[in-house]
Design a protein around this ligand. Sequence first.
Ligand code: UT7
Length: 334
Amino acid sequence: MGNHTVTHSVILGTGSYVPERVLSNADLEKMVDTSDQWIRERTGISERRVARADEATSHLSLHAANHALEAAGVEPGEIDLIIVTTLTPDTMCPAAACWLQSHIGAHRAAAFDLNAACTGFVYGLQAADAYIRSGMMKKVLLVSADVMTRMTNWEDRGTCVLWGDGAGAVVVGASENGRRGVVDSRVYSDGNGGELILVPGGGSRFAPITADDVHNKEHLLQMKGQETFKTAVRYFLGACKETLERSGLTLDDIDVFIPHQANLRIIEAVAKRLELSMDKVVITINKYGNMSAATIPVALDESVREGKIRSGDNVLMAAFGGGLTWGAALVEWN
Ligand code: UT7
C-alpha cells in the first residue's frame, strides 16, 4: 500500500466460473406448471447452472478468482483487498470474502462483502476504482458471485425459472500504459422500492427464524416481476445515458454493451430505446439465466476470452436489482 495518487484504474485480468450441473427448461416443466416455450418467450432463458450441495459462494468465487489472477499475472500474496459482491454469502458471518481469502491464501488482503444485489458488480467496480485511484490499495480482487438456487422458491413458477448460479472476477490495479480503464461509474439506490425484490427471512427482521417462517418460505426470494420489469427498463436507460454524458461519449463510441441479464425482453427494450444495435450487446441469459451479481463479470470474462473485447474498446456495463439498486460503468479496455 502507498499514499501516492494514481490517475486511473484498469482491469488487469478477468475470470469466471459456472457450476457443471445444467437445469433445463424441460427439467423445470417436471417441477412446476410451466413450459419451455413460455420461459424462452417471456425471459430468453433455455437453461441455467446449479451449484452442487457442497459448493457455496466462496467456492464458486475461488475458481473465478484463480482464472482472473492467472489472466492478470498477479499472485494471491499481491492482493491488498478482496471485495465479494453477493446477496448469498456462505454464512451471515464471516463474509464470503473472508472465506475466499482463506481458500486462495491472499494473506495480505483485507476482505469484505458488499451487497447491492444484482448491481453488485457495478458497485464493486466503483469501490475498487476509488481505492486504487486514492492510492490506498494497489491491487483489488473483485468477485461477484451468487448461488441464487439456494434462495429460490421452487414452487413459485413466476420466479424459479429465472435464477442460476455463477461467479465472475476481475483484478483491478493502477493504469500503467496510459489507458483510461474505468472511465466513469454511476450507482444509485431507492430503498422505497425494497419490497419489489425481497428475501424477508435470514436477517434480523425474523430473528430467530422459526419453523413457521421457513414453512411460509420467508427465507426465500420473492419478486414482483412486472413492476420490477418496468422500473428496470427506466433505470437502466437513465444510468447508461448519465454515464455516457459525463464521459463525453455517445452510443456510437460504445463497442460492447454488457447489461445485467435478468430478462432478454428488458435487454432488448433498453437496446431499442438507446438505439444500440444488438450486435454490440452481450447475451448470456439463454445459457445461464439470472445469476444476480455474477451476470456482468461472467459475460465480461467470456467476451474477453472469445476476443470480442479488444484493447481500446469502450465497454459499457449496466445493472439493476434488489434494494432497489442500479448503476452503470464505462471501461476503456486495457
Ligand atoms: O435481476 C433482478 C431484476 N429482475 C428483473 O428485472 C425481473 C423483471 N421481471 C421479469 O422478468 C418478468 O416480469 C417475469 C419473467 C418475472 C414474468 O414475466 P411477465 O411477462 O411479467 O409475466 P407475468 O408475471 O405478468 O405473468 C403473466 C402470466 C400469468 O398468468 P395469468 O395470470 O395471465 O393467467 C402468470 O401466472 O404468466 C403466468 N406465469 C407463467 N406461466 C408459465 C408466470 N410465470 C410463469 C411460468 N410459466 N414460469
